[in-house]
Design a binder for this molecule. Sequence first.
Ligand SMILES: Cc1cc2nc3c(=O)[nH]c(=O)nc-3n(C[C@H](O)[C@H](O)[C@H](O)COP(=O)(O)O)c2cc1C
Length: 300
Amino acid sequence: MISTTPLHGLLALADERHLGRAAQASRMSPAELAQALQALEAEYGHALLRTSAPPAERGQRFEGFTPQGERVLAWARGFLAQSEALRSELQASRTEAALAPLLERRSVSPKRLRPPAPTAEHIDAMLQAALRAPDHGGLHPWRVIDFREAQRAALADRFEAEKLRRDPLASASDRRRAREHATRPPALLAFVVVPRARSKVPAREQWLAAGAALGNLLNAAHQLGFGAIVLSGERCFDPVLASELGVRPEEFLAGFVSLGSVAEAPPARDHTLPGEVWSAWAPPREHLVPHAGDAGRPSP
Ligand SMILES: Cc1cc2nc3c(=O)[nH]c(=O)nc-3n(C[C@H](O)[C@H](O)[C@H](O)COP(=O)(O)O)c2cc1C
């Protein structure tokens, strides 16, 4: 491993102009700093410091750098700056690689999905991931309904009927589109939020837990190589359809999850940056309670 300790010591000395303070700043004992500087001098074959006494002797005072010391100092500054830049670049690429599956996930519209659909084993794995999401009280306040191939035509009838309830004058193409929402996705799940009424966990936390589970499910689908998207639409708010699907009055049909292989990647789009959701709290000034010892002290 490359030891940059002597170089840090040298830079600290340039900043502090004092051996004791430089040792403290570079987190070394004075003896360690003296040893590090002596090692540098031995390496370059020149005295690098001007001191009032030979290095390593107690009581010596730093009086400046020799011309060779100035050159080594300039090189050390450049080297350490580059080394720091390289370190943070490599660290960033490690972070990026670790989070790649999360950062790359995109919703894939049903039009861009094709067979093969995820198998029952894949869906089981996605549900395992969903069940590992943070969940206050372990209530899993959600469930999914799987619409298998054989039932899709019957589901399409219900989707079309719902469309007609909402818009009795729906055109033939509107009705076809409503049916396609049931028939097009290679695999289709309904995601149902099931708030547990007899729990001390507040409803809003149960909704958050359900959302976290849905997020895990989508991320798991992505990591297994499938495309997925959640779509609600007005049909999710139709009590007749909900009842036909077996969603009880106290449950919520949150959306339909379409799953399949990706025929075409979704178009690129800009992502929201963390700065838009990240702030640091500080107490509002009017709420500051002065400490007893602060009385009369001018505010900074
Ligand atoms: C519960 C839920 C319901 C959604 N319903 C719809 C919908 O009806 N129509 C729609 O265009 N997007 C809907 N979305 C958003 C998409 O699923 C998707 O998240 C969004 O287009 C952003 O794409 P991205 O996931 O690639 O960032 C819904 C998302 C959630 C979580």
